[in-house]
Write a protein that binds this ligand. Structure first.
Ligand code: GDP
Ligand code: MN
Length: 396
C-alpha cells in the first residue's frame, strides 16, 4: 500500500529519523496557518508547498514550490490544491491534488555547502535480505543514475538476525564522503531509517533527497513509503493511511466485490478463475492477436453474482471489443457457471460486445449447450485453441 509523503514522514518522525517540520493542509487558509505555526515554532521565514499525491517527480510537474512570504504560501497553495498534477510517474492524465504539505525551507545558506543524497531501503529478493541502497547523486532520477553512473550507487545488506550494525552505518557515511558532524548525523540517520523500515513492516522506503544542510544536519526532505499489505493487520494505525482517492475507482469496486482486478490497456476483457489460469489466458489472448484489457481473477466462486460484478467492471472500459471467460470447473461445476453467465448477462441487458465462454472440467459439455442455447450473443468453446480462434474472429 502506498502512502503520502506527510504520512511517511510521520512514520519517520516516530522512529527518530530527522525530517523538516511540516503540517498538512487542505485549503490555502490552512496552508497559511501551517506556515505561521512553522514561523512561530521553528523561526521559518521560507516554506515549501508540496502536492500530496501517490507519485514522485512532483517537483518537475510544478507540484513542489518554495515560498518566501505568507502571501506566496497562499498563492502557491491556491495553484497546487485542486490542480491536475502531471509528473513523469502519473501518466498523461495526471492526478488531482487534494492536500499539500507545508514544510520549513531547509535549503538555507550557511557555512558549508548543502548537498542532496539518495537512500532507499528494500528487499533484495536474490539474497532474501533487506538492503540499503544509497548514492551521492541525490535529488535526481535514480534509474538514470543507475544507467549512466552505476559506480555511484552503493549497497549495504543487512543481516536479519542482528539488524543494522554500527560499522555498516559508518561505511555508508564514509562512502558518501562525509566527515565531522555530518558523518555522525548520517550514521544516526541510516540506523534510524533502517529501524523505521523494519518497525513499520514496509516494502520500500525511498528518501530522495536525503539532505545535508549548510550546518551539517541530515534530513529526509522527501519520503516515499510503501507498506506491506500482508502486515497491515498488525499495524492498525498505519492501515488508516489508506487513501481511496488515490486508487483506480474500478479496482476499488472490484476489491469490494471480492475480485482480483488489474486494469490494462488492451481490447479483450477477460474473466478467469485462478491467477495462474488468468496469466495463461492473457498469453493466449496475445497469441490470438488481441491484447488483454485487464487481469481478473474471480477466485473460487464463479457464481452469477461474481460473474455479474465482473461483467460490469469489464464493460466500464470503452476499449473492450470482446470478452473471454475462461473458467476451469473443478469444485465449481461448469453448468453452474454457465447458468451464472446467462443470468448475469440477462441482468445487465445491453451488452454489445461478443462474449466467448470457455468452460472446461466437470459437466463441460452440458455447459457449452447451456451457452449455445441461451439465445444471447455468447459463444462457447471447450478447448483453448477453439477459444483463441473465436476471440480472433470476434476482433476481425
Ligand atoms: P519529488 O519531486 O516528488 O521527488 O519531490 P521532492 O520532495 O523530492 O522535492 C523536489 C525538489 O524540491 C527537491 O529535489 C529539492 O530540490 C526541492 N526542495 C525540496 N524541499 C526543499 C526545501 O526545503 N527548500 C528548497 N529550496 N528546495 C526544496
Ligand atoms: Mn523526491
Amino acid at each position: 500500500m502506498n502512502i503520502h509523503e506527510y504520512q511517511a514522514k510521520e512514520i519517520l518522525r516516530k522512529n527518530n529519523v530527522a525530517v523538516p517540520a511540516g503540517y498538512v493542509a487542505e485549503t490555502p487558509e490552512e496552508a497559511v496557518n501551517a506556515a505561521k505555526k512553522l514561523a512561530e515554532e521553528k523561526g521559518a521565514t521560507a516554506w515549501v508547498v508540496k502536492a500530496q499525491i501517490h507519485a514522485g517527480g512532483r517537483g518537475k510537474g510544478g507540484g513542489v514550490k518554495v515560498a518566501t512570504s505568507l502571501e506566496a504560501v497562499q498563492e502557491k497553495a491556491e495553484q497546487i490544491i485542486g490542480m491536475q498534477l502531471v509528473t513523469p510517474q502519473t501518466g498523461a492524465e495526471g492526478k488531482k491534488v487534494y492536500k499539500v504539505l507545508i514544510t520549513e525551507d531547509v535549503y538555507y545558506p550557511g557555512e558549508n555547502e548543502p548537498k542532496e543524497y539518495y537512500m532507499s531501503v528494500l528487499l533484495n529478493r536474490a539474497t532474501g535480505r533487506n538492503m540499503i541502497m544509497y548514492s551521492t547523486e541525490g535529488g535526481m532520477d535514480i534509474e538514470e543514475v543507475a544507467e549512466k553512473t552505476p559506480h555511484l550507487i552503493f549497497k549495504e545488506e543487512i543481516d536479519p538476525k542482528v539488524g543494522i550494525q554500527g560499522f555498516q552505518a559508518r561505511r555508508i557515511a564514509f562512502n558518501l564522503g562525509l566527515s565531522g558532524k555530518a558523518f555522525k548525523e548520517m550514521v544516526k540517520f541510516a540506523v534510524a531509517l533502517y529501524n523505521a523500515y523494519e518497525e513499520s513492516d514496509s516494502d520500500m522506503f525511498e528518501i530522495n533527497p536525503v539532505f545535508k544542510t549548510s550546518d551539517d544536519r541530515i534530513l529526509a526532505v522527501d519520503a516515499k513509503v510503501s507498506l506491506d499489505d500482508n502486515a497491515l493487520y498488525r499495524h492498525k494505525d498505519l492501515a488508516e493511511y489508506r487513501d481511496i482517492t488515490e486508487e483506480d475507482p474500478t479496482e476499488v469496486e472490484a476489491s469490494e466485490a471480492g475480485l482480483n482486478y488489474v486494469k490494462l490497456d488492451g481490447n479483450v476483457g477477460c474473466m478467469v478463475n485462478g491467477a495462474g489460469l488468468a496469466m495463461a489466458t492473457m498469453d493466449m489472448i496475445k497469441l490470438s492477436g488481441g491484447d488483454p484489457a485487464n487481469f481478473l481473477d474471480v477466485g473460487g466462486k464463479a457464481n452469477a453474482q461474481t460473474v455479474e460484478a465482473g461483467f460490469r467492471i469489464i464493460l466500464k472500459d470503452p476499449n473492450v471489443k470482446a470478452i473471454l471467460i475462461n473458467v476451469f470447473g473443478g469444485i465449481v461445476r461448469c453448468d453452474r457457471v454457465a447458468n451464472g453467465v446467462v443470468e448475469a448477462y440477462k441482468n445487465i441487458g445491453d451488452i454489445n460486445v461478443p462474449i466467448i465462454v470457455r468452460l472446461q472440467g466437470t459437466n463441460a459439455v452440458e455447459a457449452a449447450k447451456i451457452i449455445d442455447e441461451s439465445g444471447l450473443k455468447v459463444t462457447s468453446a471447450i478447448t483453448l485453441k477453439e477459444a483463441a480462434d473465436k476471440v480472433r474472429a470476434a476482433l476481425a
